[in-house]
Design a protein around this ligand. Structure first.
Ligand SMILES: Cc1cc2nc3c(=O)[nH]c(=O)nc-3n(C[C@H](O)[C@H](O)[C@H](O)COP(=O)(O)OP(=O)(O)OC[C@H]3O[C@@H](n4cnc5c(N)ncnc54)[C@H](O)[C@@H]3O)c2cc1C
Length: 467
């Protein structure tokens, strides 16, 4: 098994063209910092809306090589988090946001079609399954919130027998099915948006980290090791880096990580499981396990149980963690014991920008010239397209459905996380306790009372863990 930070999808997408680093002084109307889905979609929608706008994008490494090119490829709408949306924003704004996110799932597919991007987009639905008695019915609150908001044709509950028809894992119990959800090959998608941006005239710079940002009265100044950019507007789309030291939003993000493996082609196993519909599936744990198939018959399997990173450090164990990969493999074999002797070809991981609400937020910084989006908490692939539209609308000062979505909040309204070192120490302790509790539940036993009590701390202080 090859265990590298960049993982399988970037390898599968093949060699990519390089883009120059920023050199000297340059002026732009809008400068985007970060070349993942959020930054790429923002630049794409800005340039599509106003072709004469001068838009530049700075990426510290290679475009699409961060979490955007390494994730599970689940393109989900935010219905999965509907109860949390209602709790934070109330029913009508929550409905607008969930509907926009559903549209976003479809718009990703439309983009692929219109721009002939072969990102393996497949609108095949998402299944959230219980794999232990403690997980049974954990979706009930979410479905109730939807019914109360008048949604009658939304996701529906599935019996254990129906779940078995979709995917006959011996570990699966009942579940719930969300119809508007897709899977993609995420690196192919990221590179496709990059190419569409380049074709529209967005100036792309790689190996150009923003090392100093000044948001002053006359505009924005961004410095990289090779040059400086002056711009009227700034989009901060550097995701997990916003949890790090010096970020204006570090008090609102914790850095966790997620890790994955992918099997050799096992089409006969997928056939035997009856899992031929391409559904994306996850369990209902707080430290979520997620899995999907690929067109060439592989199973990609991930676990959001990576460590909390001290000080928001994005590299090291946030990307490469052999112990966590062992945990991923244990999960894979539990859910799919028939894969015990099959080869795992790649393992990888990446940082996760976790917000205390588990929801993404779009923030206007005090000058009114700079905007940031972050906090997807492992669920950014579908929503980032809608977030890109939102950031474009805010930059263009447009009054439209995107610039009025409720997740646009002043920085002062964000739920704060404790400062370091309490964030790291507390986060690690809670993660360990949730892990022990979920392990005991999986084994059919009762979790020890101390782990259960610690696992409840986030809920008691108003933080949401899990989907
Ligand atoms: C293993 C794994 C599995 C996941 N699975 C899923 C999934 O199945 N579905 C889902 O919805 N989400 C999933 N996620 C989360 C998803 O990948 C993210 O929510 C999404 O990619 C966020 O996109 P982004 O553009 O905001 O951030 P990123 O992809 O992190 O992009 C930010 C970019 O900014 C760059 N950058 C950082 N600092 C600077 C700087 N100073 N200057 C310039 N550039 C900078 C980084 O190099 C990076 O390329 C997963 C994540 C991981 C790690």
């Amino acid at each position: 098994m090859i265990h590298k930070a960049l993982g399988y999808w970037i390898h599968e997408a093949g060699p990519q063209p390089g883009f120059p680093g920023l050199q000297g002084d340059q002026d732009f109307d809008v400068i985007v910092v970060g070349g993942g889905f959020t930054g790429l979609w923002s630049a794409f929608h800005l340039k599509t809306a106003v072709p004469e706008l001068k838009v530049g994008l700075l990426e510290s490494h290679r475009i699409g090589h961060g979490p955007s090119g390494r994730n599970g490829g689940f393109v989900d709408a935010m219905w999965v988090s509907f109860a949390s949306l209602v709790k934070r924003y109330s029913s009508e704004p929550a409905l607008r946001l969930a509907r926009a996110s559903e549209q976003s799932v479809r718009q990703v597919g439309q983009f692929c079609e219109e721009h002939e991007v072969d990102a393996w987009y497949r609108l095949s639905g998402y299944l959230n399954v219980s794999t232990a008695p403690a997980q049974d019915g954990t979706w009930a609150g979410n479905l109730k919130a939807m019914r109360e908001a008048g949604i009658i044709d939304g996701p529906h509950e599935l019996t254990a027998a129906r779940v078995q028809e979709i995917c006959a894992s011996p570990a699966f119990r009942g579940g719930v099915h969300y119809g508007v959800a897709a899977t993609v090959q995420p690196a192919r998608l990221a590179f496709g948006i990059r190419d569409a941006c380049a074709a529209l005239g967005v100036e792309l710079f790689e190996n150009s980290p923003a090392i100093r940002i000044e948001d002053g009265p006359g505009g924005v100044l961004v410095e990289t090791p090779g040059g400086r950019v002056r711009a009227q507007k700034l989009i901060l789309s550097n995701g997990p880096a916003l949890a790090g030291r010096g970020s204006p939003l570090s008090g609102a993000v914790t850095l966790a990580s997620s890790h994955m493996v992918i099997t050799e082609p096992v089409p006969e196993v997928i056939e035997e499981l009856g899992w031929t519909g391409g559904e994306a599936i996850s369990d209902c744990r707080a430290l979520l396990t997620y899995f999907r198939t690929t067109p060439d018959g592989r199973i990609a399997f991930g676990w959001g149980g990576g460590r909390i990173a001290a000080g928001g450090r994005r590299f090291g164990r946030a990307e490469l963690d052999a112990e966590v990969i062992e945990g991923v493999i244990t999960g894979l074999k539990r859910y799919f014991p028939m894969l015990a002797d099959r080869q795992l070809e790649y393992a990888w991981g990446g940082p996760i920008d976790a917000s205390p609400t588990h929801l993404p937020h779009v923030v206007a910084l005090p000058s009114g010239r700079a905007f940031a989006a972050f906090g997807y908490t492992g669920n950014g692939v579908g929503p980032s397209q809608m977030v890109g539209r939102t950031l474009a609308s805010l930059v263009l000062e447009r009054d439209d459905e995107y610039s009025s979505l409720p997740f646009i909040e002043p920085a002062s309204a964000l739920t704060r996380v404790p400062p370091e070192p309490f964030r790291w120490v507390g986060g690690a302790m809670i993660r360990e306790a949730i892990g022990r509790k979920e392990e005991a539940e999986w084994a059919g036993g009762r979790p020890d009372p101390i782990s259960s009590a610690i696992a409840r701390i986030p809920e008691l202080i108003g933080f949401h863990i899990g989907r």
